[in-house]
Structures are given as C-alpha cells and as structure tokens.
Design a protein around this ligand. Structure first.
Ligand code: UD1
Length: 345
C-alpha cells in the first residue's frame, strides 16, 4: 500500500509541482487548499501529468474543524508537507495580522492534530529570508538568523521556532525544515506553473509577462550594489528540482532510520546570478528580448545571497541540476500556455 501524504497549499506554485513528484514516486496525495492564490484547475494539470487525480479538499487550514474532518475522511496520512501560507513580502507589511493568522495558525493546527491522527512527520517550507543580509556567501545552515525585515519573514522564523519547541517538548513527530532560495520555472510539460494574481512582485513572473508584452518594461531594482554588474544576486532554483527535494526529505523523515527528530536544509544551487545575468539567460534561452530599464533600489532588498547546498547534497543525496537555460525555456512555455485562448492554467 502506498504512503499517504497531505500537501497543504497543494494547488499553489511549489505545492502543485511537489504533488506531481510525490505521485510519480508512488505516494498517495491528499491536497487541501483554500484557493486564495490558485485555482482548482491545477488539479487537472496534476492529473494530466501523472495520470492520477489527487484527492482535493477545498478548505482553510486555519480552521481546525476543517482539518479534523479531513483527517477523519482520509485516514492513514503519514506525512504532511506544509505549503499553505501567504508569501508576498510587501503585502505582509500592509496586512501583518493576515500573515500571522494564516501562516502561524495553519502550522499550529497541523502540529496539534498530528499525534492524534498518527501523522509521523512534517516538512516545512521555510526561506533563506531567515538569514537576512548574510555576512558571507555562500551561506550554510549554521549562519546566524537575523531579525526579520517583514512580517512574512518573521512568520518563517517563528514557524521554525514553533516546530523546534514542539519537537523538543517530546511530541511524537519528526520535522524537516527546508529553507528555499529563489524558486523559479515551471513544469517541463507546461501544464502547471506559477499563476501570479495581479501585477507580479517577483522577478521571473514580471520578466515573462514583459517578454509576452503584458507589461511594458521590467525595472531592474538598482545597479549600484557591490556586485560585479551592480545588480542584486540571488540563488535561483528550478521548481522541479525543489519539488524533488521534498520527496527525498519525506522519504528520509518517514524511514525507520534513526535520523534526528528535526533537521534543517538549504535548498539552492550554490550559484549566484545577478538580475542582469538572469535577464540575459532568459534572452539567450528563448531568443526573446526583454525590454528593461534600470530603476531605483527596492526598499528592503538584500544585496547578495546564495546557498551552500552541501548539507542537502551530502545528507539528502539531492542536487539541483536543471540548467538555467532549461528553466528559462520552461517558464516561457508556461507563460505562453497561460496566454493561449481558453487556458487559465
Ligand atoms: C522575496 C523574499 C523571499 C520570498 C520570495 C518569494 C525577502 C528578502 N525575500 O525574495 O523570502 O521567499 O520573495 O516571494 O523577503 N527584481 C527586479 N525587478 C522586479 C522584481 C524583482 O529587479 O520587478 C529583483 C529584486 O531586486 C531582487 C531579485 O530581482 O534582487 C529577486 O526578487 P524577487 O523575485 O522579488 O525575490 P526576493 O526579493 O529575492
């Protein structure tokens, strides 16, 4: 019998790609999502890639009664991957309570119900934002946590602490915390990808919408940073590589092996790319020009950060290996898919 996994936020960007990889690895997937930033059509996309329709519950994880019902109706869930969270940095500054309520109540509810329903482990989506502006790069998991610069970032720090405290209290669960660097790209089938609502705040969706003519031009936020070309540097990781890491983490967490009850891994490529390098990677991978101009710095931006992924490479046996040109081609194919008539993702 296959192992049953609950994917919260499973119709979202990273959740949907992870649901696909879980199913392809033989896991049975149950998705819960409140569709606040995605649509139920994503379930069709997952089914069309894998040939298997995951169980889908439309509901909100901040409501413990909804979660309780889900566990009653889907007995035998062994692991959870928690993607159900709000993630826009700017919005979190405007609406901090929304972020604390969504992100923290969801996590607390899940942790609370795990022992009662025999769920053995939870994989948690954290972020490199917990490192703030690093003192050195590449940055590893032992680097100090810096004060958060947004309520969104703070929810990630507090969530890590909540999980740690709960595990240390002797709760009969395990956890793997994954600190993502900058996830980009789309599934190579172009059947699932990122569906930004409104004007995108993140670089890659803004870039692809500009290349598609939906936006007039991309603004590069600053070219006077202390980096080789003056633009900020990030570690852009392909979303399918990222999704695969979750499958490996789940397998490790649920294995009878005596691993630590709580483990933290960076998920990045180990390679930093500047904004300008990313634009030219897109242009050379697709042959499509991206109109851009240099603008002012964006408040709160980190100058440069990229991962030391050695721990994930060595302990999980995982490595990010999709070349950036392929990531760019996939993301462009996805942009064209969502613009084609009759398609909404
Ligand atoms: C931010 C968050 C991160 C979160 C991620 C996804 C921080 C410090 N980082 O990452 O935690 O997980 O969003 O929501 O809170 N850029 C432009 N023009 C644009 C958009 C972006 O030049 O129109 C530049 C930015 O200045 C930055 C890079 O592109 O240097 C990446 O920006 P973005 O995609 O927004 O991600 P982060 O800010 O790195």
């Amino acid at each position: 019998m296959s192992t049953k996994i609950l994917v919260t936020g499973g119709t979202g960007y990273i959740g949907s790609h992870t649901a696909v990889e879980l199913q392809q690895a033989g896991y049975e997937v149950v998705i819960i999502d409140n569709l606040s930033n995605s649509n139920a059509g994503v379930i069709d996309g997952i089914e069309s890639i894998t040939g298997i329709r995951p169980v889908f519950v439309e509901g909100d994880c901040t409501d413990i009664a909804t979660l309780r019902r889900l566990f009653e109706e889907n007995p035998g869930i062994k692991g959870i991957i928690n993607f159900a969270a709000s993630k826009a940095v700017g919005e979190s500054v405007q609406k901090p309570l929304l972020y604390y309520r969504n992100n923290l109540n969801t996590l607390i509810n899940l942790l609370d119900l795990m022992p009662e329903y025999g769920v053995e482990g939870i994989v948690f989506s954290s972020s490199c934002t917990v490192y703030g502006e690093p003192d050195f790069n590449p940055i590893d998991e032992n680097a100090p946590i810096k004060p958060a610069t947004s309520p969104y970032g703070n929810t990630k720090q507090i969530s890590e602490e909540i999980i740690t405290d709960y595990v240390h209290s002797g709760a009969p669960i395990k956890s793997i915390i994954l600190r993502y660097f900058n996830p980009i790209g789309a599934h190579p089938s172009a059947k699932i990808g990122e569906l930004p609502l409104g004007v995108p705040q993140n670089l890659v969706p803004y870039l692809t919408q500009t290349a598609a003519g939906i936006r007039k031009e991309l603004t590069v936020f600053g070219d006077d940073y202390d980096t080789p070309d003056g633009s900020c540097i990030r570690d852009y990781i392909d979303v399918v590589d990222l999704a695969k890491a979750h499958v490996i983490a789940m397998k490790r967490m649920l294995s009878p092996e005596d691993t630590q009850k709580i483990e933290i891994f960076n998920l990045g490529t180990g390679r930093g790319l500047s904004v300008l390098e990313l634009i030219s990677a897109f242009e050379s991978a697709t042959g499509v020009k991206v109109p851009y101009r240099i603008g002012a710095r964006r408040e709160g931006d980190i100058e440069k950060i990229w991962a030391c992924p050695d721990k994930a490479n060595n302990i999980l046996g995982w490595r990010a290996d999709v070349p950036i040109t392929e990531t760019m081609r996939n993301t462009w194919a996805w942009q064209q898919h969502i613009m084609s008539p009759g398609k909404q993702g």
